[in-house]
Design a protein around this ligand. Structure first.
Ligand SMILES: Nc1nc2c(ncn2[C@@H]2O[C@H](COP(=O)(O)OP(=O)(O)O)[C@@H](O)[C@H]2O)c(=O)[nH]1
Ligand SMILES: [Mg+2]
Length: 323
């Protein structure tokens, strides 16, 4: 039974089915989500990002253990864009999460990209909403910090944890590329490995420079050392996450961030729906279809074609939707 009450009661089978419906774009999934929406907005959404191999999954696993000790029901969303090609990473994560697999208070889902731009961000948003409605709090989202989509997913959370490790060489570059601005908690994992002190100094310097440009009242991102494989430093990470959630709540940003998240999804969804609605009649109308064909045949550049198409649609008496 997949009903509003089943999902709200935390029925894992119902929640999993709803997430699948939403991923497949099934109308009954959307209808159910519309009813559930009023029951969302409670969960603290935590994004974990960092380069592949940084120990994110190990860290999430240890963090789940820490939050379980604190009697929290924890949701985990694994986002791995490489999975359609290899399948390996997600399988590895599943095995790693095995010790929580039989715990009814831990709900783990893996999202796979269907190759659609922005698709991952949307399915992650949907899954987080469902887990939120099911009463999981926090909901932890693991993503590989390599592409635009992944940074976007991390930014959709209330709190973004940026994981760095010694010995990769390019972690500082990855952080410079914009993740630094998005991070509210910095974790130096594999603190047991050589080079950890060097990395700590570099990160401290960067955080210092960043703090310089911010308002004095703003959140000061902590830098925390962990050895995820041994569960070391995880208490401090959980404390920092709770402290940031409290900071967001007292400053009114907790719900504001949720709103921004919904707004991004709305804009993307609206643009896609409008384009589809406009392109459908264009395909049937010979005058408009020729513009589309011209792009395919390389007779016109795509930007000019957009202008031409918009111009033609604007004066059509039957009127296309005013997008
Ligand atoms: N030495 C050491 N190894 C770690 C630590 N955390 C994770 N690892 C190892 O790093 C590898 C990659 O971990 P994984 O969690 O899959 O990384 P992810 O790709 O970021 O999710 C695994 O072999 C882990 O056992 C740590 O703190 N110290
Ligand atoms: Mg992983």
């Amino acid at each position: 039974m997949t009903s509003v009450s089943a999902v709200l009661a935390g029925d894992v089978a119902a929640g999993a089915r709803l997430i699948r419906w939403l991923e497949d774009g099934e109308p009954r999934g959307r209808a159910l989500l519309a009813e559930l929406f009023a029951h969302t907005g409670r969960a603290h959404l935590v994004g974990i990002t960092g380069p592949p191999g940084a120990g994110k999954s190990t860290l999430v696993d240890a963090l789940v253990g820490e939050f379980r000790r604190r009697d929290c029901r924890v949701g985990v969303i694994g986002v791995d864009p490489s999975s359609p090609f290899t399948g390996g990473a997600i399988l590895g994560d599943r095995v790693r999460m095995q010790r929580h697999a039989t715990d009814a208070n831990v709900f783990i889902r893996s999202m796979a990209s269907r190759g659609q731009l922005g698709g991952l961000a949307r399915s992650t948003y949907d899954a987080a909403l469902v887990m939120d409605a099911m009463g999981y709090d926090p909901v932890i989202i693991e993503t590989v910090g390599v592409g635009q989509d992944e940074v976007e997913i991390a930014m959709l959370a209330h709190t973004t944890v940026v994981v760095s490790v010694p010995g990769l060489g390019d972690e500082i570059q990855a952080i410079k590329a914009g993740v630094l601005e998005a991070g509210q908690v910095f974790v130096l994992n594999k603190a047991d490995r050589p080079g950890a002190d060097d990395l700590r100094r570099q990160l401290e310097l960067m955080l210092h420079l960043r703090a310089h440009g911010e308002r004095a009242s703003a959140w000061e991102p902590p830098l925390l050392a962990t050895v995820a494989t041994r569960g070391e430093g995880l208490e401090a990470v959980a404390d920092a996450l709770n402290a940031h959630a409290a900071h967001l709540r007292t400053t009114g940003q907790f719900t504001q961030r949720l709103g921004e998240r919904s707004h991004r999804v709305f804009v993307a969804q609206f643009a896609q729906a409008c384009a589809q609605r406009l392109l459908e009649p264009a395909r049937l109308d010979p005058a408009l279809a020729s513009v589309v064909d011209d792009v395919r045949l390389g007779r016109v550049d795509p930007y000019s074609a957009v202008e031409v198409l918009l111009g033609q649609l604007a004066w059509r008496p039957s009127g296309a939707p005013p997008c």
